[in-house]
Design a protein around this ligand. Structure first.
Ligand SMILES: Nc1ncnc2c1ncn2[C@@H]1O[C@H](COP(=O)(O)OP(=O)(O)OP(=O)(O)O)[C@@H](O)[C@H]1O
Length: 248
Protein backbone atom coordinates (compact mmCIF):
# COMPACT_ATOMS: atom_id res chain seq x y z
CA UNK A 1 0.00 0.00 0.00
CA UNK A 2 1.45 3.39 0.97
CA UNK A 3 5.18 3.40 1.61
CA UNK A 4 7.06 6.49 2.71
CA UNK A 5 10.80 5.93 2.98
CA UNK A 6 13.47 8.17 4.46
CA UNK A 7 11.42 11.30 3.86
CA UNK A 8 13.12 14.55 4.81
CA UNK A 9 12.12 18.13 4.15
CA UNK A 10 14.29 21.18 4.68
CA UNK A 11 12.74 24.56 3.88
CA UNK A 12 14.66 27.47 2.38
CA UNK A 13 15.13 28.98 5.84
CA UNK A 14 17.16 25.84 6.70
CA UNK A 15 14.47 24.44 9.00
CA UNK A 16 14.31 20.66 8.93
CA UNK A 17 10.55 20.18 9.13
CA UNK A 18 10.81 16.40 8.63
CA UNK A 19 13.78 14.09 9.11
CA UNK A 20 14.10 10.44 8.08
CA UNK A 21 10.39 9.75 8.25
CA UNK A 22 9.35 6.18 7.42
CA UNK A 23 5.79 4.94 7.35
CA UNK A 24 3.82 2.19 5.68
CA UNK A 25 0.05 2.04 5.75
CA UNK A 26 -1.60 -1.20 4.74
CA UNK A 27 -5.02 -2.17 3.40
CA UNK A 28 -7.86 -1.75 5.90
CA UNK A 29 -5.60 0.18 8.25
CA UNK A 30 -5.98 3.61 9.81
CA UNK A 31 -2.80 5.22 11.05
CA UNK A 32 -3.10 8.31 13.22
CA UNK A 33 -0.32 10.87 12.98
CA UNK A 34 -0.15 13.12 16.01
CA UNK A 35 2.35 15.66 17.25
CA UNK A 36 2.58 19.16 18.74
CA UNK A 37 2.27 22.29 16.58
CA UNK A 38 5.20 22.49 14.19
CA UNK A 39 6.03 18.77 14.50
CA UNK A 40 5.97 18.30 10.72
CA UNK A 41 2.55 16.73 10.02
CA UNK A 42 1.48 19.23 7.33
CA UNK A 43 4.89 19.08 5.67
CA UNK A 44 4.58 15.28 5.41
CA UNK A 45 1.07 15.54 3.95
CA UNK A 46 2.18 18.22 1.47
CA UNK A 47 5.10 16.03 0.35
CA UNK A 48 2.70 13.12 -0.04
CA UNK A 49 0.33 15.15 -2.18
CA UNK A 50 3.16 16.60 -4.26
CA UNK A 51 2.33 20.16 -3.13
CA UNK A 52 5.95 20.54 -2.01
CA UNK A 53 9.02 18.55 -3.04
CA UNK A 54 10.81 16.57 -0.37
CA UNK A 55 14.51 17.22 0.12
CA UNK A 56 15.00 13.45 0.02
CA UNK A 57 13.03 10.25 0.29
CA UNK A 58 10.45 8.31 -1.69
CA UNK A 59 6.69 7.98 -1.52
CA UNK A 60 4.78 5.22 -3.30
CA UNK A 61 1.27 3.85 -3.38
CA UNK A 62 1.59 0.23 -4.48
CA UNK A 63 4.03 0.66 -7.36
CA UNK A 64 3.05 4.23 -8.23
CA UNK A 65 5.42 7.05 -7.23
CA UNK A 66 3.73 10.12 -5.79
CA UNK A 67 4.50 12.25 -8.85
CA UNK A 68 2.46 9.91 -11.08
CA UNK A 69 -1.07 10.61 -12.27
CA UNK A 70 -2.22 7.21 -11.01
CA UNK A 71 -0.99 7.99 -7.48
CA UNK A 72 -2.96 11.24 -7.45
CA UNK A 73 -6.08 9.46 -8.70
CA UNK A 74 -5.89 6.88 -5.93
CA UNK A 75 -5.59 9.38 -3.10
CA UNK A 76 -8.32 11.59 -1.68
CA UNK A 77 -7.63 14.41 0.74
CA UNK A 78 -9.65 16.44 3.22
CA UNK A 79 -7.59 19.45 4.29
CA UNK A 80 -7.89 21.16 7.64
CA UNK A 81 -8.31 24.57 6.06
CA UNK A 82 -11.42 25.24 4.07
CA UNK A 83 -10.04 26.62 0.85
CA UNK A 84 -12.85 25.99 -1.61
CA UNK A 85 -14.06 27.63 -4.83
CA UNK A 86 -16.62 29.75 -3.00
CA UNK A 87 -18.49 30.90 -6.11
CA UNK A 88 -19.39 27.32 -7.10
CA UNK A 89 -22.48 25.60 -5.75
CA UNK A 90 -22.05 22.33 -3.85
CA UNK A 91 -23.18 20.38 -6.93
CA UNK A 92 -20.79 22.26 -9.23
CA UNK A 93 -17.91 21.62 -6.82
CA UNK A 94 -18.62 17.87 -6.71
CA UNK A 95 -18.87 17.83 -10.53
CA UNK A 96 -15.51 19.58 -10.68
CA UNK A 97 -13.90 16.98 -8.38
CA UNK A 98 -15.52 14.16 -10.38
CA UNK A 99 -14.04 15.46 -13.63
CA UNK A 100 -10.63 16.04 -12.07
CA UNK A 101 -10.45 12.46 -10.78
CA UNK A 102 -12.21 11.06 -13.87
CA UNK A 103 -14.42 8.96 -11.63
CA UNK A 104 -18.16 9.04 -11.28
CA UNK A 105 -20.53 7.23 -8.92
CA UNK A 106 -23.76 9.25 -8.76
CA UNK A 107 -25.41 6.79 -6.39
CA UNK A 108 -22.57 6.96 -3.88
CA UNK A 109 -22.51 10.75 -4.21
CA UNK A 110 -26.21 11.19 -3.50
CA UNK A 111 -26.13 8.76 -0.56
CA UNK A 112 -23.28 10.80 0.98
CA UNK A 113 -25.23 14.04 0.43
CA UNK A 114 -28.14 12.44 2.26
CA UNK A 115 -25.89 11.14 5.04
CA UNK A 116 -24.40 14.57 5.68
CA UNK A 117 -27.82 16.16 5.40
CA UNK A 118 -26.92 18.99 3.02
CA UNK A 119 -29.22 18.17 0.10
CA UNK A 120 -31.03 21.50 0.49
CA UNK A 121 -27.77 23.46 0.18
CA UNK A 122 -26.36 21.72 -2.88
CA UNK A 123 -27.64 24.36 -5.32
CA UNK A 124 -26.39 27.24 -3.15
CA UNK A 125 -22.92 28.80 -3.61
CA UNK A 126 -20.31 27.48 -1.17
CA UNK A 127 -19.72 31.04 0.11
CA UNK A 128 -23.10 30.78 1.86
CA UNK A 129 -22.10 27.58 3.71
CA UNK A 130 -21.30 27.45 7.41
CA UNK A 131 -17.93 26.12 8.55
CA UNK A 132 -19.41 22.66 9.21
CA UNK A 133 -21.16 22.56 5.83
CA UNK A 134 -17.86 23.33 4.09
CA UNK A 135 -16.26 20.46 5.94
CA UNK A 136 -19.15 18.20 4.95
CA UNK A 137 -18.81 18.99 1.24
CA UNK A 138 -15.08 18.21 1.46
CA UNK A 139 -15.81 14.89 3.18
CA UNK A 140 -18.39 14.03 0.51
CA UNK A 141 -15.89 14.90 -2.22
CA UNK A 142 -13.27 12.62 -0.64
CA UNK A 143 -15.50 9.63 0.11
CA UNK A 144 -17.36 9.66 -3.23
CA UNK A 145 -14.17 8.77 -5.14
CA UNK A 146 -12.67 5.41 -5.91
CA UNK A 147 -9.60 6.02 -3.77
CA UNK A 148 -7.33 3.54 -2.01
CA UNK A 149 -6.11 6.00 0.59
CA UNK A 150 -7.78 9.00 2.20
CA UNK A 151 -5.74 11.59 4.03
CA UNK A 152 -7.84 13.32 6.66
CA UNK A 153 -6.44 16.41 8.33
CA UNK A 154 -8.59 17.27 11.38
CA UNK A 155 -11.74 15.87 9.71
CA UNK A 156 -14.02 16.47 12.71
CA UNK A 157 -13.22 20.12 13.30
CA UNK A 158 -16.38 22.20 12.84
CA UNK A 159 -18.72 19.23 12.43
CA UNK A 160 -21.81 18.81 14.62
CA UNK A 161 -22.11 15.76 16.87
CA UNK A 162 -24.26 13.77 14.43
CA UNK A 163 -21.86 14.43 11.55
CA UNK A 164 -18.89 13.40 13.72
CA UNK A 165 -20.58 10.10 14.55
CA UNK A 166 -21.48 9.49 10.89
CA UNK A 167 -17.98 10.38 9.70
CA UNK A 168 -16.43 7.90 12.15
CA UNK A 169 -18.81 5.17 10.94
CA UNK A 170 -18.06 6.05 7.33
CA UNK A 171 -14.33 5.84 7.99
CA UNK A 172 -14.76 2.38 9.52
CA UNK A 173 -16.80 1.20 6.54
CA UNK A 174 -14.23 2.58 4.11
CA UNK A 175 -11.53 0.59 5.92
CA UNK A 176 -13.65 -2.58 5.92
CA UNK A 177 -14.02 -2.24 2.16
CA UNK A 178 -10.23 -2.32 1.73
CA UNK A 179 -9.27 1.35 1.97
CA UNK A 180 -6.56 2.94 4.12
CA UNK A 181 -6.61 6.18 6.05
CA UNK A 182 -3.93 8.55 7.28
CA UNK A 183 -5.50 10.66 10.01
CA UNK A 184 -3.65 13.76 11.16
CA UNK A 185 -5.16 15.18 14.31
CA UNK A 186 -4.72 16.78 17.71
CA UNK A 187 -7.79 14.87 18.91
CA UNK A 188 -6.16 12.09 20.90
CA UNK A 189 -9.46 10.49 21.90
CA UNK A 190 -10.58 10.14 18.27
CA UNK A 191 -7.15 8.82 17.32
CA UNK A 192 -7.26 6.25 20.12
CA UNK A 193 -10.78 5.20 19.14
CA UNK A 194 -10.15 4.88 15.41
CA UNK A 195 -6.51 4.01 14.82
CA UNK A 196 -4.92 0.61 14.43
CA UNK A 197 -1.53 2.28 14.75
CA UNK A 198 -0.26 5.64 15.84
CA UNK A 199 2.80 7.66 14.88
CA UNK A 200 3.86 10.40 17.27
CA UNK A 201 6.06 13.13 15.84
CA UNK A 202 8.11 15.75 17.57
CA UNK A 203 10.36 18.29 15.86
CA UNK A 204 10.19 16.47 12.55
CA UNK A 205 11.08 13.04 13.86
CA UNK A 206 9.11 9.96 14.87
CA UNK A 207 9.39 9.63 18.63
CA UNK A 208 6.97 6.72 19.01
CA UNK A 209 5.15 4.30 16.76
CA UNK A 210 2.97 1.27 17.32
CA UNK A 211 -0.48 0.14 18.34
CA UNK A 212 -2.02 2.21 21.12
CA UNK A 213 -1.62 -0.75 23.50
CA UNK A 214 2.07 -1.18 22.62
CA UNK A 215 2.71 2.53 23.16
CA UNK A 216 0.93 2.55 26.51
CA UNK A 217 2.82 -0.51 27.75
CA UNK A 218 6.20 0.72 26.46
CA UNK A 219 5.77 4.08 28.14
CA UNK A 220 3.98 2.83 31.25
CA UNK A 221 1.01 5.10 30.64
CA UNK A 222 -2.66 4.27 30.81
CA UNK A 223 -3.86 7.64 29.61
CA UNK A 224 -3.43 8.98 26.04
CA UNK A 225 -2.69 12.55 27.09
CA UNK A 226 -0.05 11.39 29.54
CA UNK A 227 1.48 9.18 26.84
CA UNK A 228 1.52 12.06 24.36
CA UNK A 229 3.11 14.48 26.82
CA UNK A 230 5.74 11.91 27.74
CA UNK A 231 6.87 10.79 24.29
CA UNK A 232 6.67 14.21 22.67
CA UNK A 233 8.94 15.45 25.46
CA UNK A 234 6.45 18.04 26.65
CA UNK A 235 5.99 16.55 30.08
CA UNK A 236 9.07 18.30 31.45
CA UNK A 237 7.39 21.62 30.74
CA UNK A 238 4.14 20.60 32.46
CA UNK A 239 5.28 21.60 35.95
CA UNK A 240 6.07 25.10 34.74
CA UNK A 241 2.67 25.36 33.02
CA UNK A 242 0.89 24.18 36.15
CA UNK A 243 2.61 27.00 38.05
CA UNK A 244 1.53 29.63 35.49
CA UNK A 245 -2.07 28.41 35.63
CA UNK A 246 -2.03 28.33 39.42
CA UNK A 247 -0.89 31.96 39.55
CA UNK A 248 -3.26 33.10 36.82
N1 LIG B 1 6.81 27.15 4.02
C1 LIG B 1 7.60 27.04 5.08
N2 LIG B 1 8.78 27.68 5.13
C2 LIG B 1 9.59 27.54 6.19
N3 LIG B 1 9.34 26.79 7.28
C3 LIG B 1 8.18 26.12 7.29
C4 LIG B 1 7.24 26.21 6.21
N4 LIG B 1 6.16 25.43 6.51
C5 LIG B 1 6.41 24.90 7.73
N5 LIG B 1 7.62 25.30 8.20
C6 LIG B 1 8.25 24.89 9.45
O1 LIG B 1 8.36 23.47 9.44
C7 LIG B 1 8.08 22.92 10.72
C8 LIG B 1 6.94 21.92 10.60
O2 LIG B 1 5.74 22.61 10.27
P1 LIG B 1 4.39 21.86 9.89
O3 LIG B 1 3.43 22.89 9.42
O4 LIG B 1 4.71 20.75 8.98
O5 LIG B 1 3.94 21.28 11.33
P2 LIG B 1 2.56 20.66 11.81
O6 LIG B 1 2.87 19.45 12.60
O7 LIG B 1 1.63 20.50 10.66
O8 LIG B 1 2.00 21.80 12.79
P3 LIG B 1 0.48 22.17 13.23
O9 LIG B 1 0.04 21.11 14.18
O10 LIG B 1 0.67 23.49 13.90
O11 LIG B 1 -0.35 22.27 11.99
C9 LIG B 1 7.78 24.12 11.64
O12 LIG B 1 8.98 24.46 12.31
C10 LIG B 1 7.39 25.23 10.68
O13 LIG B 1 7.71 26.50 11.18
Amino acid sequence: MLHIEQLSKKYKNNIWAVQDFNLSIYKEELVAMVGPNGAGKTSIINCLLGVISPTSGTIQLDTYPNQSKKFKQLIAYVPDDLILPEALTGTEYLDFVTSMYQYEDPEKQSSLIELFDIKGAMSEPIETYSHGMKKKIQLIAAFMLNSKLIILDEPFRGLDVEAIIMTKKLMRKYLQKGGSILLSTHDLKAAEYLAQRMVILSKGKIVAEGTIEELKVENQCTDMEDLFMKVSMLRDRSAQFEKIIENF
